[in-house]
Design a protein around this ligand. Sequence first.
Ligand code: CO
Length: 664
Amino acid sequence: MSDHDQVKLTNMNYSKDRPKAQNPVKIMDLTLRDGHQSLFATRGRTEDMIPVAEMMDEIGFWALETWGGATFDTMHRFLNEDPWERLRTLKRYIKKTPFSMLLRAQNLVGYRNYADDVARAFVERAAANGMDVFRTFDALNDYRNFETVVPVIKSCGKHFQGCICYTMTEPRLGGEVYNLDYYVNKGKALEAMGADSICLKDMAGLIAPYDAYAIIKALKKAVKIPINLHSHFTSGMSSMSHLKAIEAGADIIDTCMSPYAYRTSHPAIEPLVMTLIGTNRDTGFDIKALAAINEILEKEICPKYRQLLDDTKLSIIDINVLLHQTPGGMLSNLVNQLREMDALDKIDQVYAELPRVRKDLGQIPLVTPTSQIVGIQTVNNVLFDDENERYKMITGQVKDLCYGLYGKTAVPINAEVQKKALKGYARGEKPITCRPAEVIEPELKKAQEEVKGLAMDLDDELIYALYPVTGKRFLQWKYGKEEVPADVKPITLEQAKARQELIQKAIAGKLVEKIEKEAPAKGDGLRKFNVFVEDTYFEVGVEEIGGAPVVSYIQPARPVAAAAPAPAPAVAPAAPAPPAKPAAAAAPAAAPVDGTPINAPMPGMIVRFDKNVGDAVSKGETVVILEAMKMENALAAPVDGTIKSINFKSSDSVPKGAVLCVIG
Ligand code: CO
């Protein structure tokens, strides 16, 4: 029987008792990782996975993706959850189905290459905590970055799935760099490394159905191990690509439960189950069991996350992917970044600059972290370059890339850009050609030393080693050494519903009820302002807390006749932080600036100051490292002098223009 022959469907039912297919398509479910990462900013909490965990274990998935990608980052940074604990907890409910994680090879679950000792310890601990399938990718498809983790995966007896990141430079498969030969050669290289399976990883939803067919057909001919297709729905093509991939012989397909499917996520499982019923690729899944899971997700879980869904557009697909061959998530990051910089009008310049930057940087695939590296540098070029000088503000990560610290690029990096980036680069001005981690000093011992007394075990130490700033903060929350902020705590379904109602009322212009919120005691620093909205006005009390002016109360004002004129504000109130973002700490307002300030050129988070108050600095020397959109920007002293004041500390968020320090 061929793929397309239908079995007799008389008395067919949907239950799993139907005749077994000869070669069922295996399914990896992504709901618990890529699904909420794609749609809900990775904010899914473990407690919201438990209600469906046992039911999902019954379906017969080849694997459940439960970890990796952005989960590790988001959990400890925004959810106050121990990432390791999620694995152990879910394992108690999911006993039959293997777990899969996305491992960014030597980047592990971070955004740079870590030292070999950290990489080995991380994989060992992931395996010990319950990971079974290590889907491993490198953003540059440079498999030297697999060399450290793969032997550890193998020695733990786990499944090594090697990825080929799918990317292109033309509107469709072909061209000089990323053609059919490229993908076949990568597949052979993975098999030679001992891969147990291969994943063609289309993170941007770029793969067209017939190109998926061609590549998978060629891979099936070239290698013996199973082939898995991972294709995001973003552009709208992936349901078709799935089907063509299955026709070409793909062994494993990635899908999501329907409430977590489509948009920038993945096609849903249910239509695929129905599509394949009666063919020799039938999944064998019980569609009613899937429906029961969906019911819970839809009613009890998703309302908590709904407001995170970007549903500002009616269309659920993003044709920008088809137009620009760049990941949708990357484009929306660029738009957000431009908006924060009040430069949204420059978006067309960004679209034009992006392919130039990518070419300069060696035509690299665009996937975390290279998509951010190329994206942020593009924005920097558009905002800061002028006709006399390109690449005026080069991020730390672009310097690392030019040095060879991420690996070998598909084509050589533009020599001029490389030279400029490496001028004064701490590791040296001559780029390396060896495996990147060979030049990274061991990091684990140092991290363990630094976090002594706070970290209780290796898992804690690894959280710190991977994310020194936010990891340390998390450990302080975890062990009660720092109060857990309200915005990282979970909300209940009732709270979620109440919030949704408020939003609906606000949209309808009916928000007249007072929001119940316990007001703090009014302090000495309280200042009153009158805010006029056409003919009515409100009296607003503003008080500084920890340096940031916050609105502490709003009440309708007394009748106009009785109102005193508003006092002129003695301090300039900081602009309110945009909603749903952590409030940026404002610079000490109107502090007298006696000297030359270093201002934040963009909103971001302080990584560290390389100088202390009283230190001498010379012009061009790095003073502060500011992280914006996960890229580190070294801000240099504009003049010679002495550091007179430092206004922030590590992990503070700062708005654009904040005076970070003053040189006198
Ligand atoms: Co993905």
